[in-house]
Design a binder for this molecule. Structure first.
Ligand code: 13P
Length: 252
């Protein structure tokens, strides 16, 4: 039985004091999620990781939004996995479409990062998803299969089982135009089949999230689908009230 996961991707929002405010006020909601067997977490910017780890209640997962594939060295502006580990980060988003678009992140680079994260026992949350043009051409499956095959290349089934996949159609991110639950389920089911082709039966244990304009009003619909194991949420995860409503409606 795959455990549900709700992860808030804060993107480039919140100053350290705002992040601290959220972390120190979310105890009740984190407890509610845990009591209902749901993993719950946030992914703040690098500079907000320390305050969030320090002030978060027990059980709140703290995720980074990116990492370097290298341990140390002359990589100006980068943050390494040992640094994240020491700070107390336990998850890391990899290959978000915004990084693929603005920072030329390739699936091959994501593959190196995923392997390095697994070696450090940090859970990678590997993002995939197609553009509106690809969706309209009916080539979603081909596109995501390519991203999954390249990003998850050469992992053992045991390693693959530890990765979380997030399917985020680019046309649904921040647009308010979410994929229908049927469309999301269809693609996520296809991703699971692709993983089964690569890793066998262990694909049934891999958690696959949906992301793209998830809100308190629609999260329950997604969670009612067989293959959808949680959500990666941007805008609706920023305010405590909205995050609380996401948990309430995910559970209820
Ligand atoms: P929104 O929930 O704001 O559409 O963002 C989705 C996303 O990109 C999460 O990683």
């Amino acid at each position: 039985m795959r455990k549900k996961l709700l992860l808030g991707n804060w993107k480039m929002n919140k100053t350290p004091s705002e992040a601290k405010e959220f972390a120190s006020s979310c105890e009740e909601m984190v407890k509610k999620a845990i009591d209902n067997n749901v993993d719950v977490g946030v992914a703040p910017t690098f500079v907000c990781l320390c305050p969030v780890v320090k002030y978060a209640p027990k059980g709140l997962i703290v995720s980074a939004q990116n990492c370097s594939q290298y341990d140390h060295g002359a990589y100006t502006g980068e943050v390494s996995i040992p640094m994240l580990k020491e700070v107390g980060v336990t998850y890391c988003i990899i290959g978000h479409s915004e990084r693929r678009e603005y920072d030329a992140e390739t699936s091959e680079k994501c593959n190196a990062k995923i392997k390095a994260l697994l070696a450090a026992e940090i859970t990678p949350v590997y993002c995939c998803g197609e553009s509106l043009a690809t969706y309209e051409e009916g080539k979603t499956n081909e596109w995501v299969a390519e991203q999954i095959k390249a990003g998850m290349k050469d992992l053992t089934p045991e390693q693959a089982a530890k990765v979380v996949i997030a399917y985020e159609p680019i046309w649904a991110i921040g647009t308010g135009k979410s994929a229908t639950k049927e469309t999301a389920e269809e693609t996520i089911g296809f991703i699971r089949k692709t993983l089964e082709g690569m890793f066998g039966a262990v694909a049934q244990d891999i958690r696959i999230l949906y992301g793209g304009s998830v809100k308190p009003e629609n999260i329950h619909d997604y969670m009612s689908m067989e293959d959808i194991d949680g959500a990666l949420v941007g805008g609706a995860s920023l305010k405590l009230d909205s995050y609380k409503a996401l948990i309430d409606n995910l559970i209820g």
